[in-house]
Structures are given as C-alpha cells and as structure tokens.
Design a binder for this molecule. Sequence first.
Ligand code: TYC
Length: 101
Amino acid sequence: MSETDTRTRTKPKIKTKQPKLHKVLLVNDDFTPREFVVQVLKAVFRLTADTAYAKMMVAHQKGVCVIAVYTREIAETKATEAVDLAQQNGFPLLFTTEPEE
Ligand code: TYC
C-alpha cells in the first residue's frame, strides 16, 4: 500500500505588477481657440462633444484638467499627437503626462 506524500513542495511564485497608469493633462493658454481644443479632445481622446467641452472649460477656468488615464506609452503617444496637431495649426496648446500616485 502506497503512502501519501506529505513533503512540502514550494511552487515558485511569479510576481506580476500592474503597470502604473499615467494621466494626460490639458493645460490652459490664452491663445488656442476653445473650439480647436474641443476638436482635439474629440479626435485624439475620443471624447464626446459634451465631455470635450466640459473638460476644455475646466482647463480654461482652473488652468489644468485631467483628460484621461492610460498606460505610460499610450498617455505619452496621445499627448504628443495632440500637441503636434496644435503645432500644425499654429497654436501653443499643451498636454502633459504624469504618473498616478
Ligand atoms: N483659454 C482659451 C481661450 O480663451 C481656451 C482654452 C481652453 C485653451 C483650454 C486651452 O487647455 C485650454 N481661447
């Protein structure tokens, strides 16, 4: 009759970490037309017209507004895309990224 193996087996624990999320921030300026800001938010960040308008107004009134959170690579790509669009149209519109706490 065979006996039950009671030895302890240590299974290697694979540690995985969730990637840190990064915020994309919209920064106010005195030159970029409101309508252009809304167009960029709709095109690059896929916001609805209402959400884009609301976020544009928060940046306009408070100086800055969080637009969305993504993994670092996507946040940086989208911020760059949005700034490039503004530059192509001669506007100083600025988007920045920062890691979430
Ligand atoms: N302040 C700009 C204006 O009055 C509009 C604007 C809003 C610009 C938000 C940038 O992030 C911004 N024309």
